[in-house]
Design a protein around this ligand. Structure first.
Ligand code: NAD
Ligand code: MG
Length: 297
């Protein structure tokens, strides 16, 4: 069986994605993505690295969050899945995969731009799973605009709320419940250091997430809670077809990386598992770049 341990040429390990031009309204559905994204459904092989852990993953219905959620379950964790109500179809599919791995999947739809929804998400996780020891802040909003003037105050506000405020609210609530040994993993981006001119508001949030991670990591380390980040490069997910990229750029998505292709969500999952598991015990405040080779500071 091919799994994440199978040695392959990384240039050709996954099919080259040359996506046709397409558009979906936000937040975009994985069910309608062409071509299909790979979340490790057929390949992720768990080895008990998260046995008995209790995880919250935001944006767990699709893309990178879905790949992390599947991997966590196959490594032995129960998972609370956060997503938007309009993503029920995607979330149900991922929950089914988690249950097939013999783990609990708790679906909690809600809009994380609202602070009460964030607090309730954590409280539900604590009530239903009996605690929380992994928090993955992964939900994100990305809408490309050619001009600064195209970014409305509403877009700016919603991007900040989804990417930065929700991380703050969720983390603040979760740490109240987290025992030593817990881990927090934030999804940042190559955009944190290398901003595209069309993603000003989004890239600003990703720099904030990286900075928050490194500061909070120092504050929580003495309590035994490790905070780290994953910084993906171009990964094939619904975010990219729901205004995340100008439509005409989609066919070349990811081709300018040294590996010459976009990444698949499945290729991110091992980074999240590593940072969530005890084997990364001395890794604190780190940003793990998974980006096909683009240089980072
Ligand atoms: P995705 O669309 O599959 O996942 C994003 C998820 O965010 C959605 O599924 C949705 O459930 C959630 N979300 C958005 N707004 C929300 C809200 N208001 N309330 C609750 N949930 C909300 O796309 P993805 O690419 O897997 O994105 C996951 C993370 O990865 C994001 O933080 C994104 O910025 C980051 N990222 C993606 C790429 C990439 O190329 N795809 C690169 C770097 C970073
Ligand atoms: Mg989604």
């Amino acid at each position: 069986m091919t799994d994440q341990y199978t040695f392959r040429n990384p240039v050709t390990a996954y099919p080259e994605v040359s996506p046709p031009k397409q558009h979906q309204p936000e937040p975009g559905l994985d069910a309608e993505l062409m071509p299909k994204a790979d979340h490790g459904e057929e390949t992720y092989h768990g080895t008990g690295r998260l046995e008995g852990r209790k995880a919250i993953v935001t944006g767990a219905d699709s893309g990178i969050g879905a790949a992390a959620a599947i991997a966590f379950a196959r490594e032995g964790a129960d998972v609370v899945l956060s997503y938007l109500p309009e993503e029920e179809e995607d979330a149900s599919r991922i929950a089914g995969i988690i249950e097939a791995a013999g783990r609990k999947a708790v679906k909690v739809p809600g809009d994380l731009k609202d602070s009460d929804t964030c607090r309730e998400l954590v409280d539900t996780a604590v009530a239903v799973l009996g605690g929380v020891d992994i928090l993955v802040n992964n939900a994100g909003k990305q809408v490309a605009q050619e001009e600064l003037g195209g970014i409305t105050d509403e877009q700016f506000d919603h991007t900040m709320k989804t990417n930065v405020y929700a991380m703050f609210w969720l983390t603040k609530e979760a740490v109240k419940h987290m025992p030593a040994g817990s881990t927090i993993i934030n999804t940042t981006s190559i955009q944190a250091y290398n901003p595209s001119p069309t993603l000003l508001d989004y890239a600003t949030t990703k720099a904030s997430i990286n900075n928050f991670t490194k500061g909070l990591a120092q504050q929580l380390a003495p309590k035994g809670i490790r905070v780290n980040a994953v910084a993906p490069g171009p990964i094939w997910t619904p975010l990219q077809v729901s205004s995340g990229q100008p439509k005409e750029k989609l066919p070349d998505f990811g081709k300018s990386t040294p590996l010459g292709r976009a990444g698949q969500p499945a290729e991110l999952a091992p980074a999240y598992v590593f940072l969530a598991s005890a084997e990364s015990s001395y890794v604190v405040g780190e940003t793990l770049n998974v980006n096909g080779g683009n240089p980072t500071p």
